[in-house]
Design a protein. Structure first.
Length: 530
């Protein structure tokens, strides 16, 4: 009787002594995308017993950074331990766009099977007609009229059936082309799904039996975004309309479906170590010859080769902007969207519309005829610092026409200059005036004189502001002397040799600008660059 009592007690305590093993899908509920990397939040409902419980949360990214893992819970339990493991058995082949493509592939293949069956039927019918065409060989010979009717009938039926077979084969061929494209697309998408997903094993202690919720957040490198823009200018009397978009990509292994995406200008991938300067040593270089007769540049008195390198950082219906809130932090900004987006795990760019700006601009023309005989219209954004802009590609539309693209460069302290295209109504030509170019021989030196002429004509019906640039050479040696003879009112930057003219050219007006300089150098030497 005592043994029975002990057994009953053990059964009564079993829920408390043995863990509840439970497998749950952890649904993606939040995503914050950084310039490189993303912070993903999952949520899952759980059941737990009194005592120890083991919960497995499936459906995590392929490579979550466990150093960044945060776990919170709602319920009467204590989270004791967490461990990541790889989910090799998880089924990832029937999610999102892949499922749609696989269903389409099955449907097309079923249709082709049906069409092939129709071809088989038509071919059997043609064989029967050919057999019946021998009618009369073993019986009384048919009359000429009967023979003509039979031949006409058989010819008509065979022609009809042959046409049907050809049409069926064309339909099959078209479907085969589509099938091949879908297979290529599937190979492309499924190639990103060869790495298995992760899962998180949690050990919790329930203070009582109940239901609860687990939320986990972690960082992953397999995502990122950069800025892209559409710039539209109605005419040179209008401000610039600039639409800012986020170009988001991810191959975390998880499709982000129907989620509000937060884009952050932060970049946790860069780390947060403060740089430290080490001593910068200088030494003289000595030319020495090794045992093979090869010359080496060595540090003075040293035996090691001098190596210099430049370290490069690792490369890394309503207006939708009405539904974006910009939140400014201490070291980064966040674009928080009220709209929901689908971002599949395919490693390809998908766009999230962010902000739309109306930016005042001034429009000026620019020309550097030494490089190009074209005059470019440029928009100068004077108040861009009041916007939340990032470097990125800009698609440019001027007067409702696409004119090209460029990169938005924010490494400037003044205004941003964006080319809107070439204006063919303004002609420009640069030539060297040979009649004034001459050589003089002075003692052991040679002096050469150069003269260049630039012609400009404005064929437009309005006055234009034109910034014209050219250049003179800059000496890199004390024996090379450069003398400025004439700049036609241009402003010279002595450090770079750049000459700048700020011109107002009236309608149908022609202007000429010329500049000249001389170069003096030893006659027994040859100059590079002229």
């Amino acid at each position: 009787m005592k043994k029975i009592f002990v057994f009953v007690v053990v059964l009564a305590l079993a829920p408390a002594l043995f863990a509840l093993n439970q497998i749950n899908d952890a649904k993606v509920t939040k995503v914050k995308v950084f310039l490189r990397g993303a912070e993903i939040t999952h949520s899952a409902s759980i059941d737990y017993n009194l005592g120890q419980n083991e919960i497995i949360l499936k459906g995590l990214s392929t490579n979550p950074d466990m150093n960044s893992l945060r776990i919170t819970g709602e319920g009467d339990f204590i989270i004791m331990e967490s461990k990541k493991q790889t989910d090799y058995l998880g089924d990832r082949s029937h999610t999102g766009r892949i499922k749609v493509l696989e269903d389409s592939l099955k449907l097309l293949r079923y249709e082709n099977e049906s069409l092939n069956a129709d071809i088989t039927v038509a071919q059997v019918q043609m064989e029967l007609i050919m057999v019946n065409n021998k009618l009369g060989t073993n019986t009384k010979a048919p009359s000429v009229l009967e023979l003509q009717k039979m031949q006409s009938y058989f010819a008509s039926e065979l022609t009809s059936l042959n046409g049907k077979v050809l049409e069926l084969r064309r339909s099959i061929s078209k479907r085969e082309e589509i099938i091949e494209k879908i297979k290529n697309q599937l190979d492309d998408l499924q190639g990103l799904q060869t790495i298995p997903l992760s899962e998180l094993v949690l050990k919790i202690i329930g203070k009582s039996k109940g239901k609860g919720r687990i939320e986990i957040t972690y960082f992953t490198q397999n995502a990122g975004w950069n800025a892209a823009y559409d710039l539209r200018v109605k005419d040179i009397n209008s401000s610039i309309n600039l639409t800012q978009k986020g170009r988001v990509w991810q191959n975390t292994g998880l499709d982000w479906n129907n989620l509000s995406i937060v884009l952050s200008t932060g970049n946790p991938s860069l780390g947060s170590s403060i740089p430290d300067l080490y001593p910068w040593y200088l030494d003289f270089m000595e030319e020495r010859t090794d045992i093979y007769g090869m010359k080496k540049m060595q540090r003075g008195g040293a035996n090691e080769m001098v190596a210099m390198s430049l370290a490069k950082p690792a490369m890394e219906a309503d207006d939708a902007s009405d539904y974006i809130e910009v939140q400014e932090g201490q070291i980064s900004k966040e674009f928080v969207s009220e709209l929901k987006y689908d971002i599949p795990s395919d490693g390809k760019p998908h766009f999230v519309q962010l902000q739309e700006y109306e930016i005042p601009a001034t429009y000026k023309y620019f020309a550097a005829p030494k490089i190009s005989n074209s005059v470019f219209l440029a928009a100068h954004l004077d108040s861009w610092s009041e916007t939340v802009l990032l470097p990125g590609k800009i698609n440019i539309f001027f007067e409702n026409t696409y004119v090209g693209n460029t990169q938005l460069n924010l490494n400037q302290t003044k205004d941003i200059k964006i080319a809107l295209g070439r204006d063919e109504e303004i002609a420009i030509n640069r030539e060297q005036v040979k009649d004034f170019t001459e050589d003089k021989f002075l003692s052991k030196d040679v002096e050469r004189k150069y003269v260049f002429k630039i012609d400009i004509r404005n064929n437009k019906k309005s006055t234009i502001e034109l910034k014209l640039e050219d250049q003179i050479p800059v000496s890199q040696h004390e024996d090379i002397e450069i003398e400025i003879l004439d700049l036609s009112g241009g402003q010279l930057d002595k450090d770079t040799g750049k000459i700048t003219w700020q011109l107002n050219v009236k309608p149908n007006q022609s202007l000429e600008k010329a500049f000249s300089f001389s170069v003096r150098y030893p006659g027994d030497k040859e100059i590079m660059g002229l």
